[in-house]
Design a protein around this ligand. Structure first.
Ligand code: ATP
Ligand code: MG
Length: 137
């Protein structure tokens, strides 16, 4: 049984589609092992996306991620990490397959509705970034 981290980004929270997105995960047999709505601080967002700190879009990405609350969840299930990435669709919603979360709810490559861990090692680290062991069940 695998676990992965999902973030419903500020654009999707603002659009009031949190339930619709969580429903996609549950419909695909992923279980929500933990979930919370939080406002990230600038320090949180910078640390979380530190891997992108040298990329030209880093500043905008951090500003976007703190522009409103996010919903952070742990998704659990068979192949949870790659299944979540499939459900999300391509980073650029214009390239995302029909029926994916980004195709249906995202507007642009910045405001792209969701984040999902992209490897099992990153999933572990991202889960530990947001959740204590006692928060997960
Ligand atoms: P995420 O990490 O948010 O799940 P991803 O793994 O599909 O998305 P990454 O390459 O990790 O994509 O990029 C992280 C985030 O940075 C993207 O979700 C997007 O919001 C932003 N981003 C990526 N590439 C660009 C770009 N060329 N211009 C602007 N923003 C970008
Ligand atoms: Mg990524």
């Amino acid at each position: 049984m695998e676990q992965t981290l999902s973030i419903i980004k500020p654009d999707a929270v603002q659009k009031n589609v949190v339930g619709k997105i969580l429903d996609r995960f549950e419909t695909a047999n992923l279980r929500i092992a933990a979930s919370k709505k939080i406002q990230l601080s600038k320090e949180d967002a910078e640390a979380f996306y530190a891997v992108h700190s040298k990329r030209p879009f880093y500043g905008e990405l951090v500003e976007f991620m703190i522009s409103g609350p996010v919903v952070v969840s742990i998704l659990e299930g068979t192949n949870a990490m790659s299944l979540n990435r499939e459900l999300m669709g391509a980073t650029n919603p214009k390239e995302a397959k029909t029926g994916t979360i980004r195709a249906d709810f995202a507007d642009s490559i910045d405001a792209n509705a969701v984040h999902g861990s992209d490897s099992l090692q990153n999933a572990k680290e991202e889960i530990a970034f947001f959740f204590a062991k006692k928060d997960i069940c």
